[in-house]
Design a protein around this ligand. Structure first.
Ligand code: ADP
Length: 286
């Protein structure tokens, strides 16, 4: 009987968990059952967690695919609708034809925003390689301010530092990716900013090793109920508002991905009609 149990244990041992470990004992008389059962339990628990994770990942993929096709459907059908009208109805009025073609173009622009952001999300999710650049965050912010000069002036929005930074402030992170984060946050502060408003950017010390980069706008603001889901892909507070602004609904999901890949944090604080503050931490150069 002892030998039979011993053989069975040996089988479990080699077929499952401890492939690369020898059996606890070579002698059937010395089997440490307590230890053995403990290890089987741990093995089962780990496998359970692994399966759970695979299920979650699978759910995520399925939801993601559903979201993507839903997001693509709207602009495709809108563009198709306008094109068919122009083609089928033999529109005489050139002004109306032009209007419909312009709307088609707007839908195609939206499609290209979505595809560009999806491409980035896919790259981020398939495991992104981060560069370890040391760079002056003041200069990077200034470069992005410049990039938005035209867009912000159209809404008469001022983007500036909250206080002057006369000296370089050196940080360690992937420079291009952080630039993308800054672009997304500043772009939102213009899209959802009020005409004549202000976006103020500051660099604060967050901890011994980190700075906090803060973007404060006095725009439309976000209702408290929406804050917990704000960084989810395709989550929009107001679909029509975002679509009018050419948003893909992926901007903040990309921000979160990039910041978390750096093992850093991103925060939001907002009051409806008062404005929003987005911030993220970044490592100092030590
Ligand atoms: P979108 O492409 O729709 O802008 P984001 O992921 O960048 O997608 O943002 C998600 C939603 O969060 C937006 O649709 C908008 O409703 C809200 N939002 C983001 N930034 C701001 C902001 N600075 N002020 C007000 N609302 C914002």
């Amino acid at each position: 009987m002892k030998n039979f149990i011993f053989l069975q244990l040996k089988r479990v041992y080699s077929s499952t968990l401890f492939d690369n470990e020898p059996l606890l004992t070579k002698n059937p008389d010395d089997i440490d059952f307590e230890n053995f059962i403990e290890r089987i339990k741990r093995f089962a628990e780990n496998k359970h967690q692994e399966i759970e994770q695979l299920h979650n990942r699978d759910d995520f993929r399925r939801d993601f695919l559903g979201d993507v096709s839903h997001e693509l459907k709207t602009p495709i059908f809108t563009a198709q609708g306008y094109l068919l009208t122009v083609l089928d109805e033999n529109l005489e009025d050139p002004a109306l034809r032009r209007k419909y073609l312009e709307r088609t173009n707007k839908s195609i622009e939206r499609l290209s925003y979505i595809v560009k952001d999806l491409d980035m999300i896919a790259k981020l999710e398939s495991g992104m390689k981060l560069e370890q650049d040391s760079f002056n965050i003041v200069k990077t912010l200034l470069d992005v301010f410049e990039l938005f000069e035209l867009k912000s002036s159209k809404k008469n929005i001022r983007i500036d530092f909250k206080e002057p930074y006369e000296f370089p402030i050196m940080v360690k992170a992937d420079k291009d990716k952080i630039e993308q984060v800054i672009i997304n946050l500043l772009s939102n502060s213009i899209k959802y900013g009020k005409v004549g408003g202000n976006t103020l950017v500051s660099i604060e010390t967050h901890s011994v090793h980190q700075y906090l980069i803060k973007f404060e706008d006095d725009g439309l603001g976000i209702d408290e109920n929406n804050l917990p889901r704000l960084f989810e892909r395709f989550y929009r507070v107001e679909k029509s508002r975002s679509r009018d602004q050419g948003g893909s609904g992926l901007g903040l999901a990309i921000v979160k991905h990039i910041i978390e890949a750096h093992d850093q944090e991103v925060y939001v604080d907002s009051k409806i009609d008062k404005g929003s503050t987005f911030s993220f931490t970044i490592n100092k150069v030590v």
